[in-house]
Design a protein around this ligand. Structure first.
Ligand SMILES: Cc1cc2nc3c(=O)[nH]c(=O)nc-3n(C[C@H](O)[C@H](O)[C@H](O)COP(=O)(O)OP(=O)(O)OC[C@H]3O[C@@H](n4cnc5c(N)ncnc54)[C@H](O)[C@@H]3O)c2cc1C
Length: 454
C-alpha cells in the first residue's frame, strides 16, 4: 500500500468509525477534532440497525458493544394524556428479521467504545484542532487549524457535522485547486433547513414509572416524544420534537433559559403512560436543545482531494434512528472503493483524477439511498406529529388495528437494512442473515468480487 494518508476532519461517531475502517483497510490517517475533549456524558440514545451491527462485527467491536447495549423489546405509542394507542414487539422482531438486534446505546458510551478501541488513538486523534482552511496541490493537501498548526495528507474526509466547514469549502471553490480560506466574502452553500426543534438528553431512571425494555413514543399535534428506559444503566433517554411555526435555516445555540422555557411548554405532555415530561425533565442529567436540520447537501460531496460523509453530506430527523446509520454506510462504501483503488496500484500514489473517480462513484452510490433515508426519517417525524387530520385518524384508529409498526418494520425499514453494505475486505465472525436475508460480499485476498443477494 502506498504512503497514502487521509486527514479525517471531525471525531464524531462517523469520523471514529472511518478511523476503524481505514485502520483495517491498511490506510494511514489522522483525525482532527475541534473540541478539546470528548464529553462522554453528552447525547441521548443512539441506535444501530443490524446492517451496521454487521460492520461493528467486522471491526471487532461487537463483543464489547453487546455489553453496552440497552436491550429493548417493545414499542408503546401513547397520546399526550398517557393513554395507549398501540403496543408491539417491533424491536424484538428486528432480530428475527435480520439476525442481529437493533442495538441501542448511550451515545457517549458508543463514542467512548469507538475512541478507546481505535488503535493508536492517542497519536491519531488530535483534539482542539478547528480546521479553518485547506490548500490542495498535485501531490496532496495541507490543512491549517485555528491554532496555526498544519497537517498534510493525500486527501480529506470531511465528517464535521451538519454545519460542515469542509462542505462550505467544497461549495465555495468546487474545481479550483488553490488556497481556500473561508471568510465573510466566501460564498456559502445553503445551510440545511429545519422544520422541527428538539430537546433531548437523559434523566435518572424512575422506578415504577416506566416499563423496562420499552420504547415509548408520544403522538400529538405538531409534536412527538421518544423515551427509552434503561434500567440496567439507571437512566432513561428522552427526545422531544416540536414543529416550528416556520421552517428556518438559522443556526442558533439555545441558552439554558430557552431550553427550560421549551421544556415548560411541554411539561404536562406524557412521556410514558404514567409519567409527564415535567417529572422526567426535573431529573435530567444532561440535556440539549437544537434545531433539527434535514436534507442532502445540494452541492457536490467532493472536490479536488476532499470528500464528505456523515451529517456533513446528509442530515435527517432522528425519529427513525437512521442518521448515524446512514453515515456509517457512506463511510463503508467510500473505504471499500478507496482501498480498491489503492490495492490496484500498490507502488504509486493515486493522482487527483483517480481520487475524484472514486469520490464520484461513491457519491453516485450513496446519494440516492441517503435521500431516501432523509425522506423516510421525515415521514417518521411527521406521522406521529399528526401533520394533518388524515394522519391523526390513521395513526390512532387504523394502524393499531392492522399492526402498523410491525408492517412498517417489515415493509419499510427491513428493506433499507437488507440493502446495507458491509466492508468488502473483512470477514463477519458473527455472520447472521435472519429471515429477511442480507447482502453478502465475497472476499478474497485482494479482490472485491461483487455483491450477491441471498
Ligand atoms: C436526539 C437524537 C437522537 C439520535 N438518534 C439516532 C439513532 O438512534 N440512530 C442514528 O443512526 N442516528 C441518530 N441520530 C443522528 C446522529 O446523532 C447523527 O447522524 C450523527 O451524530 C452524525 O455523526 P457525524 O460524525 O457525521 O457528525 P457529528 O456527530 O456532528 O460530529 C461532527 C464532529 O466534527 C467536529 N467538527 C466540526 N467542525 C469542525 C472543524 N472545523 N474542525 C474539526 N472538527 C470539527 C465536531 O466537533 C464533531 O465532533 C440522533 C440525533 C439526535 C439529535
Amino acid at each position: 500500500m502506498p504512503a497514502f494518508k487521509v486527514i479525517v476532519v471531525g471525531a464524531g461517531p462517523v469520523g471514529l468509525v472511518a478511523g476503524h475502517c481505514l485502520t483495517h483497510a491498511g490506510i494511514e490517517f489522522e483525525i482532527l477534532e475541534r473540541r478539546d475533549d470528548f464529553d462522554l456524558n453528552a447525547g441521548a440514545s443512539t441506535a444501530l440497525w443490524p446492517d451496521n451491527v454487521r460492520v461493528l462485527d467486522q471491526l471487532g467491536l461487537l463483543d464489547e458493544a453487546r455489553t453496552l447495549r440497552i436491550p429493548y423489546h417493545s414499542k408503546i405509542c401513547i397520546r399526550s394524556d398517557g393513554s395507549q394507542i398501540s403496543r408491539s414487539r417491533m424491536l424484538a422482531a428486528v432480530e428475527e428479521l435480520h439476525g442481529h438486534p437493533w442495538m441501542l446505546f448511550h451515545r457517549g458510551e458508543l463514542v467512548d467504545l469507538l475512541r478507546r478501541r481505535l488503535p493508536e488513538s492517542s497519536t491519531r486523534i488530535h483534539t482542539g484542532k478547528v480546521v479553518q482552511s485547506i490548500q490542495t496541490n498535485d501531490k496532496g493537501i495541507t490543512v491549517t487549524c485555528a491554532d496555526d498548526t498544519t497537517h498534510t495528507g493525500s486527501m480529506i474526509l470531511g465528517v464535521d457535522g451538519v454545519n460542515s466547514t469542509i462542505r462550505r469549502l467544497i461549495a465555495s471553490q468546487p474545481t479550483v485547486p488553490a488556497a481556500q480560506k473561508p471568510s465573510n466574502t466566501t460564498p456559502r452553500p445553503p445551510p440545511m433547513k429545519s422544520s422541527y426543534v428538539g430537546l433531548y438528553g437523559h434523566s435518572a431512571y424512575i422506578p415504577g414509572a416506566m416499563e423496562e425494555g420499552c420504547f415509548y413514543e408520544t403522538h400529538a399535534r405538531d409534536m412527538t416524544f421518544q423515551v427509552g428506559v434503561a434500567a440496567p444503566t439507571d437512566k432513561c433517554y428522552f427526545a422531544c420534537f416540536k414543529r416550528l411555526p416556520h421552517p428556518t435555516t438559522a443556526q442558533h445555540t439555545f441558552t439554558d433559559s430557552e431550553k427550560d422555557a421549551f421544556a415548560a411548554s411541554l411539561a404536562d405532555v406524557h412521556a410514558t403512560t404514567s409519567l409527564t415530561f415535567r417529572e422526567l425533565y426535573a431529573r435530567a442529567q444532561w440535556s440539549h436543545m437544537a434545531y433539527i436540520e434535514e436534507g442532502v447537501a445540494t452541492s457536490p460531496w467532493s472536490s479536488d482531494r476532499i470528500v464528505l460523509a456523515g451529517d456533513a453530506a446528509h442530515k435527517m430527523t432522528p425519529n427513525a434512528g437512521l442518521g448515524l446509520n446512514c453515515g456509517i454506510q457512506s463511510v463503508v462504501v467510500l473505504v471499500n472503493q478507496l482501498r480498491w483503488l489503492l490495492v490496484q496500484k500498490p507502488d504509486s500514489e493515486p493522482g487527483e483524477e483517480a481520487l475524484m473517480g472514486v469520490f464520484r462513484a461513491y457519491e453516485a452510490e450513496r446519494r440516492k439511498p441517503a435521500a431516501e433515508m432523509v425522506k423516510l426519517s421525515a415521514t417518521a417525524m411527521r406521522a406521529p406529529a399528526w401533520r394533518n387530520r388524515v394522519w391523526r385518524f390513521v395513526d390512532q384508529y387504523v394502524l393499531p388495528r392492522i399492526g402498523g409498526d410491525m408492517l412498517v418494520l417489515r415493509y419499510v425499514f427491513a428493506m433499507v437494512v437488507r440493502e446495507g453494505v458491509p466492508l468488502d475486505f473483512l470477514e463477519e465472525r458473527a455472520f447472521k442473515e435472519g429471515t429477511n436475508g442480507v447482502r453478502v460480499v465475497l472476499i478474497n485476498e485482494f479482490t472485491v468480487t461483487g455483491v450477491v443477494p441471498v
